[in-house]
Structures are given as structure tokens and as C-alpha cells.
Design a protein around this ligand. Structure first.
Ligand code: ADP
Ligand code: RBF
Ligand code: MG
Length: 391
């Protein structure tokens, strides 16, 4: 992995993987496999999903038939499951930062290629649901156009050839281990964006491992930097979620001295799956109390090794009491940073307070301030007049 002394060489072309990197294919894969495996009386274990990430469809099929000891042949499996996937392609959502990255590189005239283990026709079908994607890529290389898919470097070498450039001037962005291996073997610079959380350590050969595309710093690779960060924050497509405040584990309030209101995660697991873990901020509406500034973590709870993501908003206001059972509604409007491991509790606490200050300042900016008036938040306050309430 890149150390701090690492001076990258400049790149001029970007080669992107599709599934798991630009598209949240994993969500659909999980759903389809869950349903399919149930038909055979077995239970899908999403923690084993990493076994198939970055595999060719045939490899993935073989792994699943074997892992779950399904009473069908590989051929039966593939012929039954393939139409189930086709039906879902229109529902695959871009991962956070995909549209932003594609638009940015397009507007700066940086040539882009798509390089995926999927057959080319599947790639074209999948990207057809996303505006501007097809036109953005001057080259598309599918797994059916080479002898061997990733981890063989062939797909990437072919992409560089069609882009008419030396592989060494290409930056690859990849979520899977086979993809990272392929990119490095091809002699390219590789940024890994693991789609399975907490596996970053496995991606040693990548030049950098980042948490999500939102954390991509193009200037590190000699490419034009994003210009949409505002005062240490990144505006995101606003997202509204809410529910009754439930009792948490007490670590936040008792150990960190930072209470976070827990929401029942099952209410919005689909919304959560669309957000990568990290620190976000926005506005919080609390029934009968008003609207407050809020900074939150998504997905992080090292303490309890939870399988599901959690949302933990810290309302930037001193209530002096609990508010369990009250309806809490959130408008999440910006991103601050990826989750991190802190060496000490003190450094974690200091960083969360810094996040709080960043959110506090940012929410006064016109781009974020307006969301305070979202009707969604006001309903949470039982329609009372709260314009004069403290924020
Ligand atoms: P945690 O481990 O997340 O702190 P608890 O449920 O034990 O979990 O404590 C958090 C509770 O503290 C919230 O559910 C809420 O009722 C209360 N609380 C008080 N002040 C705040 C605040 N400023 N932000 C969030 N929650 C608060
Ligand atoms: N815990 C971490 O270990 N790493 C982090 O980067 C991290 N960021 C956080 C950011 C915010 C805004 C908040 C409120 C908490 C954060 N936490 C982090 C703490 C973690 O979420 C903590 O375990 C829970 O808040 C306690 O339930
Ligand atoms: Mg991938």
C-alpha cells in the first residue's frame, strides 16, 4: 500500500470497473441469491458474499453451488438464475460518487474506459439505465472479449490498447481483489474501493485503498481535482430517513460522552445500503422539540461487530435528558470523511468533536441551510411553529 513518501506518477486516462465500483450490484446480487437459495431450502449468508465479488459469472456460480451444496447442476443453476439477474438490472443504483466521478472526468476531457468481467452486451445493458454513462466511455472491454478475465491483466491491457496509451499512464479504480491484481499486473496505478467493508487489509498491492468514491483524490494521480468540496464538506444528494428513537448500547453516551440517537435500522436498510460508511451531517427534526443541527456516523460500530449498518446521529444541542420513543427525522445533506480507526479513545473523541464543529459551520452555508425547512422534518415536530426554536 502507498506510504506517505509515495510520489505517484501522473496518469492521463482512467479505467473503471463497473460492478461494485460504479454500480451497487452487490445489493441486487444479494437479493437474487437470497431468493434463489431459499428455493433450495438453504439460507443465504451475506457475510460469505466476498467469496464471489469480482468473479466471472461462471466462477461465482460454481462457488455458490458448492458452498451451499445446492441440489442442482452448475448448468441448471446458471440457466435458472440468469433471467433473475436480467430482471433486476434496471434496479441497480449507482454507488455514491459514481455520477460525480463520471461527470467530472467527462467535463475535464479525461478519456475513460470501462473494463469488466461481464460480457460486453451485459455491460452495455446495465449502463443504459444511467444517463450520460454510455457516452462517457470511449472504450468498453467485456470479459467475453479476452481469453482470460480478471485477475488476468488481459482486460486492462486491452483497454489501454484501445485507448491508445501506455498502461503506465492509466489509473484503475476497482472494488475487487481480482480486479486490483489484474490492474497491477497490467502495470497500472490502482485505487481500490473495497465493496465489502473492513477487508481493506487484503488489498496490499493497490496503490491506495479508499472507503468510497467520495474519498477519491484525483490530484494524487495527476488528474484534475474535484472542485465541489466546501469548507471540508462534500454536498450529497439529500437523503431523508427517520423513525422512533430506540435504546442504544450506551457506549456513545457513557464511554465517549457523545450521545447518539439510535434508529431502528430495519426501517431503512435499503437507504443505508446506498450510503457508504462514514461521517455525514444534516438536520434533525425531533417531534415536539424542534429542528437541530446534526452530525452522524453511518455503519461504524467497532464495539459490537454488527453485521448491519447503523445510523448514529449526534444532535448538536444539549438536551439534558433522553428522548426515547420520540419520532426523529433526518435530512442527510453532506459528507465529511470516511470511518477511521483511532489509536486512542481520546483521539476518537477529539475527532468526533471536530466533525461536530465542521457540521455546525457548514450547516450555516446557503447550500445546506435551506434543508432545515424540509417539510419532512417539520412533520416530525407535530406541525408546531418551530422557526423560533433554538438550533
Ligand atoms: P448511545 O450508545 O448511542 O449513546 P444510548 O441510547 O444509551 O446510546 O444513548 C443515547 C440517547 O441519548 C439517545 O437515544 C437520546 O435519547 C439521548 N440524547 C440526549 N442528548 C442527545 C443528543 N444531543 N444527541 C443524540 N441523542 C441524545
Ligand atoms: N468510531 C470510530 O471508531 N471511528 C470513527 O471514525 C467514528 N466516527 C464517528 C463520527 C461521529 C459523528 C459519531 C457520532 C461517532 C463516530 N464514531 C466513530 C463512534 C462510533 O459510532 C461509536 O461506536 C458509537 O457512536 C457508539 O454507539
Ligand atoms: Mg467489481
Amino acid at each position: 500500500m502507498a506510504d506517505s513518501n509515495f510520489v505517484p506518477r501522473a496518469t492521463s486516462h482512467v479505467i473503471l470497473d463497473l460492478d461494485g465500483t460504479l454500480l451497487n450490484t452487490d445489493a441486487i446480487t444479494n437479493e437474487v441469491l437470497k431468493v434463489f437459495i431459499m428455493r433450495y431450502g438453504k439460507k443465504w449468508d451475506s457475510r460469505k458474499a466476498h467469496r464471489i465479488v469480482g468473479r466471472t459469472p461462471a466462477e461465482a456460480a460454481a462457488i455458490i453451488v458448492e458452498d451451499y451444496e445446492l441440489s442442482c447442476t452448475l448448468e441448471e443453476f446458471i440457466s435458472q438464475i440468469t433471467p433473475m439477474f436480467f430482471d433486476q438490472w434496471c434496479n441497480i443504483k449507482p454507488l455514491p460518487g459514481s455520477n460525480r466521478l463520471i461527470k467530472h472526468l467527462t467535463s475535464h476531457g479525461i478519456p475513460m474506459a470501462l473494463a469488466s468481467n461481464s460480457p460486453k452486451s451485459n455491460i452495455e445493458e446495465k449502463i443504459s439505465f444511467h444517463e450520460g454513462w454510455k457516452e462517457a466511455f470511449s472504450v468498453i472491454v467485456g470479459g467475453d472479449e479476452v481469453n482470460m478475465g480478471k485477475p488476468s491483466p488481459e482486460i486492462f491491457v486491452e483497454a489501454a490498447k484501445r485507448l491508445n496509451v501506455d498502461p503506465s499512464t492509466c489509473l484503475v479504480v476497482e472494488d475487487s481483489l481480482p480486479g486490483v491484481t489484474a490492474g497491477k499486473e497490467a502495470g497500472m496505478l490502482v485505487v481500490a474501493v473495497p465493496s465489502i467493508p473492513k477487508q481493506g487489509g487484503l488489498y496490499n498491492s493497490a496503490d491506495e485503498v479508499i472507503n468510497s468514491l467520495l474519498d477519491l483524490r484525483l490530484e494524487k494521480w495527476g488528474l484534475p481535482p474535484f472542485d465541489d468540496w466546501v469548507e471540508d464538506t462534500l454536498p450529497i444528494e439529500p437523503c431523508y430517513i427517520g423513525g422512533p428513537v430506540v435504546k442504544g448500547f450506551g457506549r456513545g453516551s457513557k464511554i465517549l460522552g457523545i450521545p447518539t440517537a439510535n434508529l431502528p435500522a430495519e426501517n431503512f436498510s435499503s437507504v443505508l445500503s446506498e450510503h457508504t460508511s462514514g461521517v455525514y451531517f444534516g438536520w434533525a427534526g425531533l417531534s415536539s422539540r424542534g429542528i437541530f443541527k446534526m452530525v452522524m456516523s453511518i455503519g461504524w460500530n467497532p464495539y459490537f461487530d454488527n453485521a448491519e449498518k447503523t445510523v448514529e446521529p449526534w444532535l448538536l444541542h444539549d438536551f439534558g435528558e433522553d428522548f426515547y420513543g420520540e419520532e426523529l427525522r433526518l435530512a442527510i445533506v453532506g459528507y465529511i470523511r470516511p470511518e477511521a480507526n483511532f489509536p486512542t479513545l481520546e483521539s476518537l473523541i477529539a475527532r468526533i468533536h471536530e466533525d461536530g464543529r465542521i457540521a455546525e459551520r457548514a450547516l450555516d452555508l446557503p447550500i445546506y441551510a435551506g434543508y432545515k425547512d424540509s417539510p419532512y422534518l417539520k412533520i416530525a415536530c407535530n406541525e408546531v411553529a418551530f422557526t423560533d426554536r433554538p438550533v
